[in-house]
Write a protein that binds this ligand. Sequence first.
Ligand code: SF4
Ligand code: SF4
Length: 195
Amino acid sequence: MANEQTKPGPDERLTMYRQAEVALREFFSASNYCLENCITQECSKIAFFIPIPGRLGCCTENCFDRIPDDDKSDQTMQTTKRFIELQKENATCQAHREGECDYHSETGCQIKRYLTPLCLGFICSHQREYLEKNYGIQYPKHMIGVSLKKIIQGDERQVDLNVWLAKLKQATARVKKGKENQDPKQEVITIIPST
Ligand code: SF4
Ligand code: SF4
């Protein structure tokens, strides 16, 4: 792990985070899984025992402020402060409704930039299984969120980020080809960020 002097500064961390965010959003948009299989359906895929309305997806509580706070270094505190400012720009916070995130609206999440690692990196087990079965893409359960946290804390190097961004790009291209156009002999793409 790098020491404070050699870690990327706040601006660089924020730029890296956006690189990851843009790539992840493009990847999720390619399959449109959430919209087609959850948000437009009667029940959310995240529901286990108690049904959750599909329109809520997995935005059933406030996760917009779940920003890692275990690193109290100056650079990380500065990064986090700016992260929160950027996150709130052009995002509309709703009046609180029980069982729903304050940034969730009828048109989905109002935060278009700097979603927290939890919100940005998470997909449910149904979607992970769908990606693996239909496209041969393994999306690790926690590792994307861990790596996004590392970016904020200056522990992810650009060179390592580039490796998993390249895998995401490859995976996005595969999904964009469509389910019916997959090569049955293609290799599995495992999006494993550096650890
Ligand atoms: S990740 Fe799963 S639970 Fe969340 S919105 Fe998408 S399909 Fe629904
Ligand atoms: S911030 Fe957005 S993605 Fe995260 S829980 Fe709230 S509405 Fe959902």
